[in-house]
Ligand binder design. Structure first.
Ligand code: NOJ
Length: 961
């Protein structure tokens, strides 16, 4: 039966391959998505050339309070007045906020992303002349110079310029205004009717009356801007698209006209910039002059293309700049559609050209300029001044929080497909793992499991007994993840829909009726997750009595939360749809998915009475989404280039806080050949979120369906993952505690090594493992760059030692996953690989000590129960530190505050790069001493200490004599 099924599967696969591989040209339909030219604000802003800014800071209006400086900025063309608020923040950061002084209506300020009001550092005025003010930030090494005309801010550290704001004069702030008569004629709306409309739209929160002005010059200017007939000079309200915008057949009514904001930042000395995910592109950002800017607008992009700056499912508006001396970060807190332009004075110059400049005694200092453009909201930007990249991680984490500590099981392997047909299928897949001795923690159910895609329900013919199915998985110590999408079928017989409709919790159209779009179930409503009442309601839906057929080993997947609207502009929601508080979808678009993720994670916490940690996978995300769980890179394809791009995509996300990232193993669309599947399993084993997933039109591809020569190495890759779980868990604890990415570019570890700055094909896990997976078909070898002067690297398979820096040609076979442990590190493993992580969590640990040329090594291990918040609420955890030096290995507590009862002990210590000792002595808790049995392999210099048998929480010392 199983053999027949296997045969059928491969036959199916072959057929599907003919169908899918030959008939589909895999490419995004670009015409479905806007270019900058088709997004009117981007076009308007981009048409402004660098030059003199119309903005002037009115230095006489400057006010200095203990925690902020405010100053008015006037646009000398329109006379509109803005208010700039500048704050020095503790921990070497600066915040700049710019809003209209007298807005027609409040502008959206992004809530809920910052974990708290950032503590401020006192600003004082340390110098002044007629056109500038010098400010000093208490406890900070830097000064800020505010220049009046044209407005500009310069941040200096020890007299050298680190960053300038508006140095290129590209600041834009499209103030709110009423439409001109001429324009209103065009759109057949009278001034009065528009004003009435605005008043109606905002009656829920109380409209802000147009400023009257009391005669002071600045207020008069602000008041004039509100009176269109007096606002004579040409401004952006003349532009096409300013008051109504069409894209294909979709009209955006834009009742408030143009409201975009933009600002430029100059980074002298910087040539390498990173971040602003999500893009399917190289890790190091490219110059965008002459091409498209990078776009941040959460979108469901069918068959996304690689190596371009088009928007994808999530957005994190954070950019990092790096050079060999320092790092900087810019966090642009705006949830509207955003475009980022990058230019550089060295772009296009070859290394040779740069050298020539240098030899000729000239050549400009390299400089990168970054220009942010958003459709609405205010300018709210955090300058993260490092100076090191780990400072940037810490600074950003202090603002938006750190990666949630995942339950241990979620770091294991996840088996998904769209769809597992029925309960019998799930049970058979579960059994398949045991039959083939392959570890697996989770089986996933996609949209077909629900009754007519009514989430929170089950298709009763295919899943009649979900609790029994979940019970069966629980008996195997495995979990289930079920999809719960944030679009709700419009169906009067569906309780979820009926309640949301009657409670008025759906997103509304601009006319106030429930917004309806088209998604998997047909006609759907979109819950308004920006409303806390909606999030509460949603979170409560996960209680076991409401979500019938769910149990404590069911976790959740939020998909389509950009939100995806099949019949909407760019496959998403109309920008003039209305959210709670009267905000337009335009204002909140990029944060919608963040809120879905937040509410679902909260639901899973609540259903356990606050005890259990949640696991929620989300496709859309924003700054701060790391607090809620995992994300993945969406609908990739079974192509080698898609395998490759998973590395820079996850690295980029890790740099901006989202460590729990993965790509669909095997590729979502199309049918991978066995070699590609195998290589993907190997890559995934060393990426944070490890899930195989595939489209419903693809052939089945559970690992055991692979031909035997591929199955063996695939099983090995999965087993390598499981053996390293204590290491992964410890890395996640670090990410959770300090905000350091789990998976990081080499330059984070080697900030002065320019060779590493553009690397997309290799990376570090923590500071210990360097991974350079095989991503080429038919590979016979890989070129691995091993960095670090005086560094040594141990191949974790052969234990061969290599010196850095060098580019090593490493021959590979089908089973090779080139991974190197850095000399100077110690990593823990669970070497008794079992059915699932839950079966291994009490297993003994093996320590791998990789000795540095100085004869030292350090490492750590974090352990807790793997699933509750007791590590937080009751300090039930163990954080151990291991150090090797002077031929002595010591285990001590890294954090005496934590204590956790466990039976875990140390069963083996493997020391790489060790000589043969005469004897090995173990001393426990300062008292007992025993001789340890050991084995030394002269050829590889590997010393294995057998059965130290010490408890993991004990303090002990091992002496090599
Ligand atoms: C789109 C998701 O990206 C994909 O992973 C999923 O299988 C389908 N939606 C169906 O739910």
């Amino acid at each position: 039966m199983a053999a027949a099924r296997r045969r059928r599967s491969w036959a199916e696969l072959a057929l599907a391959c003919v169908g899918l591989c030959l008939s589909t040209a895999f490419a995004v339909d670009r015409s479905n998505f806007k270019t900058c030219d088709q997004s009117s604000f981007c076009k308007r802003q981009r048409s402004i050339q660098p030059g003199s800014s119309p903005y002037r800071a009115l230095l006489d209006s400057l006010e200095l309070a203990p925690d902020a400086l405010t100053v008015q900025l006037v646009n000398e063309v329109t006379k509109v007045v803005l208010l700039l608020e500048l704050q020095g923040l503790q921990g070497n950061m600066t915040r700049i906020r710019i809003d209209e002084l007298k807005p027609l209506r409040p502008r959206y300020r992004v809530p809920d992303v910052l974990v708290a009001d950032p503590p401020t550092a006192r600003l004082s005025i340390s110098g002044r002349d007629e056109n500038s003010v010098e400010l000093t930030v208490a406890e900070g090494p830097y000064k800020i110079i505010l220049t009046g005309r044209p407005f500009r801010l310069d941040l200096l550290e020890n007299r050298s310029l680190v960053l300038s704001v508006n140095a290129r004069g590209l600041m834009v702030f499209e103030h709110q205004r009423l439409p001109r008569n001429s324009f209103s004629d065009k759109v057949s709306l009278t001034f009065g009717s528009i004003w009435d409309k605005i008043k109606n739209l905002f009656s829920r929160q109380g409209p802000t009356e147009p400023a009257e002005g009391d005669g002071t010059p600045d207020e008069e200017a602000a008041g004039k801007a509100d009176k269109p007939e007096e606002n004579k000079e040409k401004d952006d309200s003349d532009e096409p698209g300013a008051w109504e915008e069409m894209f294909k057949t979709h009209s955006d009514s834009k009742p408030y006209g143009p409201t975009s904001v933009g600002l430029d930042f100059s980074l002298p000395g910087m040539e390498h910039v990173y971040g602003i995910p999500e893009h399917a592109d190289n890790l190091r950002l490219k110059v965008t002059e002459g091409g498209e800017p990078y776009r941040l607008y959460n979108l469901d992009v069918f068959q996304y293309e690689l190596y371009n700056p088009m928007a994808l499912y999530g957005s994190v508006p954070v950019l990092l700049a790096h050079n060999i001396h320092r790092d900087l970060g810019i966090f642009w807190l705006n949830a509207a559609e955003t475009w980022v332009d990058i230019s550089s004075n060295t772009a296009g110059k070859t290394l040779f050209g740069k050298m020539l400049d240098y030899l000729q005694g000239g050549g400009e200092t390299p400089q990168t300029d970054v220009r942010w453009m958003s459709e609405s909201g205010i300018i709210d930007v955090f300058l993260l001044l490092g100076p090191t990249v780990s400072d940037i991680f810490r600074q950003y984490a202090s603002l938006t929080g750190t990666q949630a500590l995942p339950p241990l099981f979620s770091l294991g392997y996840h088996q998904s497909r769209w769809n597992y047909r029925d309960e019998a299928d799930v049970i058979e897949v579960d059994q398949g793992f045991d039959n083939h001795d392959i570890p697996c923690d989770v089986i996933w159910l996609d949209i077909e499991h629900a009754d007519g895609k009514r989430y929170f329900t089950w298709d009763s013919s295919r899943f009649p007994q979900p609790l029994a199915m979940l019970g069966h998985l629980a008996s195997k110590r495995r979990k289930l993840v079920a999809i719960v999408d944030p679009h709700i079928k419009v169906d009067s017989g569906y309780r979820v829909h009926e309640e949301l409709r009657s409670l008025g919790l759906y997103v509304k159209t601009r006319d106030g009726s429930d917004y309806e779009g088209w998604c998997w179930p047909g006609s759907v409503g979109y819950p308004d997750f920006t409303d806390i009442k909606m999030r509460e309601w949603w979170a409560n839906m996960f209680s076991f009595d409401k979500y019938e057929g769910s149990a404590s080993n069911l976790y959740v997947w939020n998909d389509m939360n950009e939100p995806s609207v099949f019949n909407g502009p760019e496959v998403t929601m109309l920008k003039d749809a209305r959210h709670h508080g009267g905000w337009e979808h335009r204002d909140i678009h990029n944060i919608y998915g963040f809120y879905v993720h937040m509410a679902t994670a909260e639901g899973l916490i609540r259903r356990s009475g606050g005890v259990e940690r949640p696991f929620v996978l989300s496709r859309a995300f924003f700054a701060g989404s790391q607090r809620f769980g995992a994300i993945w890179t969406g609908d990739n394809a079974a192509e080698w280039d898609h395998l490759k791009i998973s590395i820079p995509m996850c690295l980029s996300l890790g740099l901006v806080g989202l460590s729990f990232c993965g790509a669909d193993v095997g590729g979502f669309f199309k049918n991978p050949e066995p070699e590609l599947i195998l290589r993907w399993y190997q890559v995934g084993a060393y990426q944070p979120f490890y899930r195989a997933h595939s489209h419903m039109d693809t052939g089945r591809r559970e690992p055991w369906l692979l031909p035997p020569e591929y199955l063996g190495p695939t099983r090995d890759a999965l087993r390598q993952r499981y053996a390293l779980l204590p290491f992964w868990y410890t890395l996640f604890y670090r990410a959770h505690r300090d905000g350091h990415p789990v998976m990081r570019p080499l330059w984070v570890q080697y900030p002065k090594d320019v060779t590493t700055f553009g690397q997309d094909d290799q990376y570090m896990l923590g500071d210990s493992l360097l991974v350079h997976p095989v991503t080429e078909p038919g590979a016979r070898g890989v070129q691995v760059y091993l960095p670090g002067q005086g560094e040594v690297w141990y191949d974790i398979q052969s234990y061969q030692k290599h010196h850095g820096p060098q580019t090593l040609y490493l021959p590979v076979t089908l089973s090779s996953i080139p991974v190197f442990q850095r000399g100077g590190t110690i990593i823990p493993r669970w070497e008794r690989v079992r059915r699932s992580s839950d079966c291994m969590k009490d297993d003994p640990i093996t320590l791998y000590v990789a000795i540095s040329p100085q004869g030292t090594a350090e490492g750590e291990l974090y352990l807790d129960d793997g699933h509750t918040f007791n590590y937080q609420t009751q300090k039930k955890y163990l954080h151990r530190k291991f150090s090797f030096s002077g031929n002595t290995l010591t285990s001590s507590s890294a954090d005496p505050q934590g204590y956790f009862e466990t039976g875990v002990w140390i069963e083996r210590v493997v020391i790489l790069g060790a000589g043969k000792p005469a004897s090995v002595l173990l001393q426990t808790e300062g008292l007992l001493e025993n001789l340890l049995d050991f084995h030394h392999e002269a050829e590889t210099s590997v010393l294995t200490l057998r059965r130290p048998g010490v408890h993991v929480s004990a303090d002990w010392i091992i002496y090599l004599r």
